[in-house]
Design a binder for this molecule. Structure first.
Ligand SMILES: *Cc1c(COP(=O)(O)O)cnc(C)c1O
Length: 225
């Protein structure tokens, strides 16, 4: 087995263990591999290993990799980075799921009455720093209502990154409560995108349905340019 295949298998084993401890079915959990900064060839290698969900955090990199790889059978591309409204159109064209919808301006920038529905998640800021990505928990339902009213957007749930320098579990618990409130507005919005290489077992314990795992599977990222 290549090292990529063995890291993937090891992470999937840990996901299964965490699901079992939480009394959950691992088949209800989607493992997304974050491929940012790695060459497009890594995405092809992952596809060969059966991976069907990958994530990028920069529009130009996402667009370039999709162009380079062409159609990869069954692959879903997730966008998880901070999104500028001027790049929303290009992200809409290149992504199957956008995890980082966190303000009104992006609702109108991503909406498109002429297109099929784009899956989107409300990104929630779990820190006290308003400069971090995500809508404040108190504003999340209002944003969800805006998305429900918009054309061409399908609200699937919530996304968050655990705050640095804090235990992740209480933060994921707060996210689960926001997710519950959003489901009251949008019953279909059942996804919780949470958990990265360092904290995915805690995210699973608090109901994460979509994990965004990078380095634990890909190995260290090449330096950013
Ligand atoms: C890079 C990134 C990840 C993956 O982080 P790892 O620590 O490498 O697992 C997950 N979510 C977002 C939003 C990211 O930017």
């Amino acid at each position: 087995m290549t090292s990529l295949a063995s890291r993937l298998a090891e992470v999937d084993g840990s996901i299964a263990d965490a699901a079992r401890s939480a009394g959950r079915d691992a088949s209800d959990i989607t493992r997304i591999v974050v491929t940012k900064f790695h060459p497009a060839s890594l995405v092809r290698d992952l596809h060969d290993l059966g991976v069907r969900d990958v994530a990028e955090n920069r529009q130009q990199e996402l667009t370039a990799k999709r162009a380079e790889l062409g159609e990869l059978d069954g692959m879903r591309w997730h966008f998880v980075g901070q999104l500028q409204s001027k790049k929303a159109r290009a992200v809409r064209d290149a992504a199957d799921v956008v995890h980082s919808l966190d303000r009104d301006k992006l609702v109108s920038a991503l909406a498109d009455p002429g297109a099929g529905a784009l899956d989107v998640l409300v990104q929630v800021n779990l820190t006290d720093d308003p400069g971090r990505g995500g809508v404040a928990p108190a504003e999340a339902e209002r944003l969800a209502e805006r998305i429900e009213e918009a054309d061409g957007l399908h609200l699937r749930g919530v996304m968050a990154v655990a705050p640095l320098g804090e235990e992740p579990a209480p933060a994921f618990e707060r996210l689960a409560r926001v997710a519950e409130r959003i489901r009251a507005v949008a019953p279909d919005a059942s996804w919780i995108s949470a958990g990265m290489s360092q904290d995915f077992p805690d995210a699973i314990a608090f109901g994460a349905t979509h994990l965004r795992i990078g380095t634990a599977i890909t190995g260290p990222r090449p330096p950013q340019d």
